[in-house]
Design a protein around this ligand. Structure first.
Ligand code: PLP
Length: 409
């Protein structure tokens, strides 16, 4: 019989979201009258803007005509879209042929792991978005879960906690590592400053590391002093790949469209270009993003689209304000509850002293009928925290916030 991929055997059971769903289901079965509000999974809730939807609908209808039909396109994406992405997000930093259009950021992160193979060293922020670690385990770049359950062998975890302002101590990262870095961060919401990112780039350049910079929430940055792309930092073009997506800013979680940036200056130890191998990955293992989704992305990047996307993000950021105010109430403060939110991301990262993440999860579910995400599910440094997501209708978030007043710690 065929041997199982050892990476899959090493992977511990998908625990976080299935367990959240299980506890929610059990609670609902015991309390059939409870109206449960989810501030848990980071899924978008507001509809596509009409302008973007119309562009996709027009494109789809045209596909039924001889003039409008197109089959396979360039695997790297439509030329017009690559140009627009370079112009809107990386003016004077990145050229269109360094931008690759894809079916989403998560898929790109998985493909990046193919690019570096199983012999590469990995460093991740702790807590972190799960695919960096889980994907590394699958491809064999990490070993087994450690005995004490605090992480996988072969992965360097960089704690990001209030004590270091959620920016890691990089000295734990060995030379020649791939460093996964997400800013604004999921789950902590922390957005790194220019100075912090300069330090990150400087470290990577000195130690021969490559940064995989996940900028899926860059459009949520409202503080003009914060960098929106790693390429605002000089030298990043020699050490960083950036990955981004229309999922969160444009509600494309179901439509599916993202992009990656691989600068031509980025090189492997043997002097070959990472760009050439990435081009190979995208043409060999991927076959181009949906042309309908690309038409939607083009519309999202014209004047109307950009302003509609901004309004959509403002809508979610309004929820951040509402939740921050509710969770900063005097009685919470007195119990030592700390809300970490900078207003530059859709997540609130909240610390409850004296409780484990799952205990807070259960308490908020039982007393408020609100589902959140336990911080410990994102890594050992997330213990004691929970993540509140701002993806929700205003009326649901307002109702959830009213219910928070029932909580006592
Ligand atoms: C949601 C999310 C993604 C996934 O984006 P898709 O384009 O929908 O695959 C990537 N990175 C982070 C940090 C996310 O939260």
């Amino acid at each position: 019989m065929i041997n199982r991929n050892k990476g899959f055997a090493n992977l511990t059971a998908g625990y976080l979201f299935p367990e959240v769903a299980r506890r929610r289901r059990e609670f609902a079965a015991r309390h059939p009258d409870a109206s449960i509000i989810s501030l848990g999974i980071g899924n978008t809730t507001e509809p596509l803007t009409p302008h973007i939807a119309k562009a996709m609908s027009d494109y789809a209808l045209a596909l039924s005509t001889p003039e409008g039909y197109s089959g396979y396109g360039d695997e790297q994406g439509m030329a017009a879209l690559r140009e627009k992405l370079a112009q809107v997000f990386y003016p004077n930093m990145i050229s269109p042929d360094e931008v690759f259009v894809s079916d989403g950021a998560k898929c790109d992160i998985a493909r990046v792991q193919v690019l570096f193979g199983k012999d590469v060293k990995i460093a991740v922020q702790d807590p972190a978005y799960p695919v960096y670690v889980d994907g590394s385990v699958v491809i064999g770049a990490a070993g087994k879960m450690k005995q004490d359950g605090t992480g996988y062998e072969g992965i360097v975890y960089m704690p990001c906690v209030p004590e270091n302002n959620f920016f890691p101590d990089l000295s734990v990262v060995p030379p020649d590592s791939v460093i996964y870095f997400c800013s604004p961060n999921n789950p902590t919401g922390a957005a790194s400053s220019k100075k912090e990112l300069e330090h990150l780039v400087d470290y990577a350049l000195k130690r021969g590391c490559v940064i995989i910079y996940d900028a899926a929430y860059s459009a949520f940055i409202r503080d003009p002093s914060l960098p929106k792309t790693i390429y605002e930092i000089s030298g990043a073009e020699n050490c960083a790949i950036e990955i981004n997506s229309f999922s969160k800013p444009a509600g494309f979680t179901g439509v599916r469209l993202g992009w990656s940036v691989v600068p031509k200056k980025l090189k492997f130890a043997d002097g070959s270009l990472v760009h050439s191998d990435w081009n190979r990955v995208m043409t060999t293992l991927f076959n181009g993003a949906s042309n309908i989704a690309q038409a939607g992305a083009l519309a999202a990047l014209d004047e109307t689209g950009l302003s509609e996307m901004k309004s959509l993000i403002d809508y979610y950021l309004e929820n951040v304000k509402t939740m921050t105010a509710a969770l900063s109430a005097e009685n919470f403060k007195k119990s030592g509850v700390k809300v970490y939110s900078t207003g530059n991301s859709p997540y609130l990262w909240v610390f409850f002293p004296g409780y484990k993440s799952w205990e807070i999860f259960d308490k908020i579910l039982a007393e408020c009928n609100v589902v959140v995400t336990p911080g410990s599910g994102f890594g050992p440094a997330g213990e004691g925290f929970v993540r509140f997501s701002a993806f929700g209708h205003h009326k649901d978030v307002n109702e959830a916030c009213k219910r928070f007043s029932r909580l006592h710690f």
